[in-house]
Design a protein around this ligand. Structure first.
Ligand code: CP
Ligand code: NVA
Length: 334
């Protein structure tokens, strides 16, 4: 079943397995709210490797590890030898001999795949340039909490159509039967193979996949609008380039007024919805815009669910760690 397995990208798990993780997360959230202990990893040690910065993922892994009765150890990019003085393979073998599980956030998907290959203990991807799988369990959990059912719902993602979050939404939605529309300029269309893969999954799940340059048309029958930063961590593009390209894809009231359904707003966070950040101020000064991917009005609207998503990161990461490392009894899925 789950025991001993890695979670490196969404396709590592079947539809039934992803659904189990979502439902188990909802259960763990309830236990946490009611103060019922759930120490499935008692006595374990968990390594948290971060090449890139993080607020939610780091906090979620730390709290989830503590709640599960295990001890977290944060190892930042400047703390260990990984990739600089020691190969990923050697590092994986060493950490795997001491820790019971390893989280990795960084640049290359290959690094996390290699950790998974050589560590001998479960490895969880806390975000790479390619995928953000733990984010997906939280996002689809949030959709389930909101709508009760996932199948047949439509999520429209607007903005950078080929970053880690867009890739992950495309594939996870396709597996789970949630229709995904990506509204983005042609320059930022997802890779062809990914679109083909999503369509392949869609044939079985019923998810309809659409990639479009027209945001106004895309949102009409949406149940959820989702966006992410216009420049991701580690990207070597300028804000100027992206601001010019993605301005028409901003989520603002003009756009949300076109939605005919009951809808929610989603964002993995962090978000540029005002100029209360260093980057936000810089962009405002240089390009004269106060908000990027979402306006402050939508971000603070009654439809906004980004902080529910953020909280759910903790419950879902807990579910992923417990399922893959906690010797749980889980019946066989088809
Ligand atoms: N959504 C997310 O991964 O947030 P952090 O970068 O703060 O971990
Ligand atoms: N696409 C963003 C997601 C942050 C959680 C990034 O990689 O920076």
């Amino acid at each position: 079943m789950f025991q001993g397995r890695n979670f490196l990208k969404e396709i590592d798990f079947t539809k039934a397995e992803l659904e189990y993780l979502i439902d188990f997360s909802i259960h763990l959230k309830d236990l946490k709210k009611r103060g019922i202990p759930h120490q499935y990893l008692k006595g374990q040690n968990i390594a948290l490797l971060f090449e890139k910065t993080s607020t939610r993922t780091r906090a979620a892994f730390t709290v989830a590890t503590n709640d599960l009765g295990a001890a977290p150890e944060f190892l930042g990019a400047n703390d260990i030898q990984l990739g600089k003085k020691e190969s990923v393979e050697d590092t994986a073998k060493v950490l795997g001999s001491m820790f019971d599980g390893i989280e990795f956030r960084g640049f290359s998907q290959e690094t996390v795949e290699d950790l998974g290959k050589y560590a001998g203990v479960p490895v969880w991807n806390g975000l790479t340039d390619a995928w953000h799988p733990t984010q997906m369990i939280a996002d689809f959990m949030t959709l389930k909490e909101e709508f009760g059912d996932l199948e047949g719902k439509k999520l429209v993602y607007l903005g950078d159509g080929r970053n880690n979050v867009a890739n992950s939404l495309l594939i996870t939605g396709a597996i789970l039967g949630v229709s995904i529309t990506i509204a983005t300029p042609e320059l930022l269309f997802p890779e062809k193979e990914l679109i083909e893969l999503a369509n392949q999954y869609g044939k079985t799940s019923g998810a309809v996949i659409e990639i479009t340059t027209n945001p106004a048309l895309a949102v009409k029958d949406a149940d959820a609008l989702y966006t992410d930063v216009w420049v991701s961590m580690g990207e070597e593009v300028t804000f100027e380039e992206r601001v010019n390209l993605l301005k028409p894809y901003q989520i603002n009231k003009d756009l949300t007024d076109r939605i005919e359904n009951k809808w929610i707003f989603m964002h993995c966070l962090p978000a540029f919805h005002d100029i209360d950040t260093v980057y936000g101020k810089d962009v405002a000064q240089k390009f004269g815009i106060q908000e990027m991917e979402v306006t402050d009005e939508v971000f603070r609207s009654p439809q906004a669910r980004q902080f529910q998503q953020a909280e759910n990161r903790m419950h879902t990461i807990k579910a992923i760690m417990a399922a893959t490392n906690g010797n749980l009894f889980i019946p066989k899925f088809k």
